[in-house]
Ligand binder design. Structure first.
Ligand code: FAD
Length: 106
C-alpha cells in the first residue's frame, strides 16, 4: 500500500497541476463542478485523519473556483495549512504556477 507521505505528495502534484491548468475564466458549470470535486475528494481521501481535518478546513475556506489564479492560490493556502500542521515550511503562493506549470523562472 502507499504510505501517507507518498500518497500525499502524489495527490498534491495532481491537485496543484489541475489548478494551474484550470481555465483562466471558467464557465459557471466548470467552477461549480470543481467546487463539487473538492467536496467529494475530501470525503474519500484515503487517509482518514487527513480527510477529517481537510473537511473541516474546507468548511472554513470553501473552494475558490471563479478563476485559475484564485483557485491555485486557494489550493496553495490549503496545502500551507497542512504544512503548518506538520511543521513543514510554508510555500510562497506567488510561485505556484512556476512550480506546477511554467517551470522556475531562474
Ligand atoms: P508535500 O507536502 O507532499 O509537497 C510536495 C511538493 O509540493 C513540495 O516539494 C513543494 O515543491 C510543493 N509545495 C509545498 N507546499 C506547497 C503549497 N502550499 N502550494 C503549492 N506547492 C507546494 N499528512 C499527514 O501526516 N497528516 C495530515 O493530516 C495530512 N493531510 C493531508 C491532506 C491532504 C488533502 C493531502 C493531499 C495530503 C495530506 N498529508 C497529510 C500529506 C502531507 O501534506 C505531505 O504530502 C506529506 O507529509 C509529504 O510531504 P513532503 O514534504 O514530501 O511534501
Amino acid at each position: 500500500p502507499l504510505d501517507k507521505d507518498e500518497i500525499g505528495t502524489a495527490t498534491w502534484s495532481f491537485l496543484h497541476s489541475m489548478a494551474s491548468y484550470f481555465p483562466k475564466t471558467p464557465s459557471k458549470q466548470q467552477s461549480d463542478d470543481m467546487t463539487r470535486f473538492f467536496n467529494i475528494f475530501a470525503q474519500f481521501y484515503p487517509c482518514e485523519p487527513c480527510a477529517i481535518d481537510f473537511q473541516e478546513d474546507l468548511k472554513k475556506h470553501p473552494p475558490q473556483t471563479k478563476s485559475r489564479d484564485a483557485f491555485a492560490k486557494w489550493l496553495c493556502e490549503r496545502h500551507n495549512t497542512v504544512n503548518v500542521k506538520l511543521g513543514k515550511p510554508v510555500f510562497d503562493c506567488s510561485k505556484v504556477h512556476e512550480r506546477w506549470k511554467d517551470g522556475w523562472a531562474d
